[in-house]
Design a binder for this molecule. Sequence first.
Ligand SMILES: Nc1ncnc2c1ncn2[C@@H]1O[C@H](COP(=O)(O)OP(=O)(O)O)[C@@H](O)[C@H]1O
Ligand SMILES: [Mg+2]
Length: 308
Amino acid sequence: MQQILRAENVEKHFGELKAVAGVSFDVYAEECFGILGPNGAGKSTLITCLYGASSRDAGRLSIFELDPQINGRRLRARMGIVPQDNCLDESMNVYENMMHFAAFVGVKRAERMNRVDTLLKFMSIDHKKEATVKQLSGGMQRRLVFARALLSEPELIILDEPTTGLDPAVRHLIWQKITELKLRSGTTILTTHYMDEAERLCDRLMIMDKGKIAALGSPSSLIREHCPGYVASFDLHTELADKIKSKLASSAEFKIIEDQTGIHIRAPQIESLVQLGKDLQAEARLIRPSNLEDVFLTITGKDLSADA
Ligand SMILES: Nc1ncnc2c1ncn2[C@@H]1O[C@H](COP(=O)(O)OP(=O)(O)O)[C@@H](O)[C@H]1O
Ligand SMILES: [Mg+2]
């Protein structure tokens, strides 16, 4: 597979803080590469270094064999960017925003109207053409920014938290569009703090915490490596929690994880969890396969919703 991005020991500092503290990774053509991490992990800071909006303090970066710090403009012409903040012009309506940006990224005059119409349809916001940015819901604004990012027919799409704060229906629509772009051989880099988003969309991902890479691999390989098996969740009654802890204290088979939502027990086999419930005379609230949230918890000792 063709490598299109290489990052080597990239760092970005804000005073004493190393927001990005030496990360190295590669991105290959046609993959969806994810950066998963809690608030403050350094995802946006890293992303802005990728498209040359901020300069790095150390390390090397090359995208399409160009350095974003030197060839930012040339590179941005080949990238579609959905920044965390929408950066829409509130004085213009949806159509004007698109036409203006189409001109800005150099879409030929004769093609502009057609391309804008096609993309507004693609993101299902063509019925909002005349609406001003202020009249749009958060989800509609996000769809517009997504459509705007596609105007230059980019080879690489960068999405910084594409669905944060959106309702489930809009999240699903955006996931569907990202998947469609993937099927058209697009390369995508996305950041998220939602493990379901990462699991659903990303071919490979890196888990980021406090500016560093905590783990890197495909969702399934990360789960297999760090926490294979199933997790049963029990409500947190003190009596039951004590019973579980004393019963499983010296067990190599079961791992106990406690958080605000309950007591969770992981085991390689689902049958052992079912049997455990019977032995404890307690029914698990939920038994599910391990997921990326469990990987994050296992590696960092905290959950994804916590700040980095
Ligand atoms: N312009 C800035 N000046 C100072 N600190 C910043 C700036 N931007 C980000 N930070 C800090 O850098 C860290 C990483 O932030 P950010 O990259 O936005 O994380 P994420 O996108 O993963 O939530 C945070 O501690 C944040 O407060
Ligand atoms: Mg961010």
